[in-house]
Design a protein around this ligand. Structure first.
Ligand SMILES: Cc1cc2nc3c(=O)[nH]c(=O)nc-3n(C[C@H](O)[C@H](O)[C@H](O)COP(=O)(O)O)c2cc1C
Length: 321
């Protein structure tokens, strides 16, 4: 699939998730196959001011293109932030027009831009002028149920130079709950000529193939479906007929979680690694008998070797297939 001048293998993407899609998680997903990774959102103001440290921008060991997502509302600042991420090795820059968080929309950024089309247009115009890498915009279906303006916005952003639209097909007022609208993805697909990447509610290979078949979207983006199942995007890619680096269908789960934890330890200090990995233990152990007791015990551990031996005892011989 081509996004502007960026050629990617296949059409399955990892969604930006603040606090989650850090380099260790991206590396874990990448092993199983993914067309491109997204960073979590990066504050354009913070980046331009230069004081903030953004570990998410590190691309060590990344073997697939990584799209850096920036969030803000000032066209000049967004353009400068885009220039910085291009310099830092981003394969493309993505503008966040979908974040529903009160803190973000109160400042006029994220999903608030869906209510200010002239400003949304001038941000994309300014970013387009400041970089040569591809430019994508992640939007929602609209602000709320009564203002679902994704098709109109997508057309405008295309005319300002966006190379692809990522559509999280839920409105801002629904945050992350409820069904994503396939109909809205279809409408946006029929409105623009640039690629449309559908997002929202994909939890299985079937979910992805249904979204593509029903909407004719060009690609799919997986968010929470990859939590505790970092192999899901790769499985979807394989199902769609693309080659993936990790061909084995069956993998011991303990190998996956051990490596994931090791990536944390390579990346963060020990205390931060143990703490940040806790949410992942929760997702990996979801649905397993004895999961509650496992979580209670592993959440108390602070010593990495005890964390690993607790995980070895719990996941035992479970195989991912
Ligand atoms: C914890 C969390 C953090 C998120 N952070 C971001 C973000 O930084 N930028 C963004 O555009 N979307 C963010 N999202 C939204 C996801 O990228 C995605 O659009 C949403 O989860 C819907 O996809 P899903 O149903 O596959 O999870 C976040 C979602 C979650 C659950």
């Amino acid at each position: 699939m081509k996004i502007g001048n960026l050629e990617v293998l296949g059409n399955v993407f990892l969604a930006p998730m603040a606090g989650i899609t850090d380099p260790p998680f991206r590396k874990t997903v990448q092993r199983f196959g993914i067309s491109a990774l997204w960073t979590e959102m990066i504050s354009a103001e913070g980046l331009v001011r230069g004081g903030a440290n953004f570990p998410t921008m590190n691309l060590e060991d990344h073997t697939v293109p990584t799209v850096f997502q920036i969030c803000g509302k000032d066209p000049f600042v967004m353009a400068e932030a885009a220039r910085i991420v291009e310099e830092r090795g981003a394969s493309a820059v993505d503008v966040n027009m979908g974040c529903p968080s009160r803190k973000v929309v109160k400042k006029g950024s994220g999903a608030a831009l869906m209510r200010d089309l002239p400003l949304a247009a001038s941000i994309v115009r300014a970013v387009r002028r400041s970089v040569t890498i591809s430019l994508t915009v992640k939007i929602r279906s609209g602000w709320d149920e009564s203002s679902q303006n994704a098709p109109e916005l997508a057309r405008l952003l295309e005319s300002e130079g966006a190379d692809a639209i990522v559509l999280h097909s839920r409105c801002r007022s629904r945050a992350h709950s409820g069904e994503a609208s396939l109909q809205m993805i279809r409408e946006v697909r029929n409105t623009v000529t640039i690629p449309v990447i559908g997002n929202g509610g994909i939890r299985s290979e079937e979910g992805a193939t249904t979204m593509i078949a029903d909407t004719r979207c060009d690609g799919v983006m997986v968010g929470r479906g990859a939590l505790g199942r970092p192999w899901l995007p790769g499985r979807i890619l394989q199902g769609l007929g693309h080659e993936v680096p990790f061909e084995r269908r069956t993998v011991p789960l303990i190998d996956v979680v051990r490596d994931h934890f090791q990536f944390h330890l390579d990346w963060w200090d020990v205390r931060t690694s143990v703490r940040r990995m806790r949410k992942h233990w929760g997702w990996y152990s979801k649905g397993f008998p004895g999961g509650t007791e496992f979580r209670q015990s592993i959440f108390r551990e602070n010593d990495p070797s005890r964390v690993i031996s607790s995980a070895e005892d719990f996941f035992g011989k479970v195989v991912v297939s």
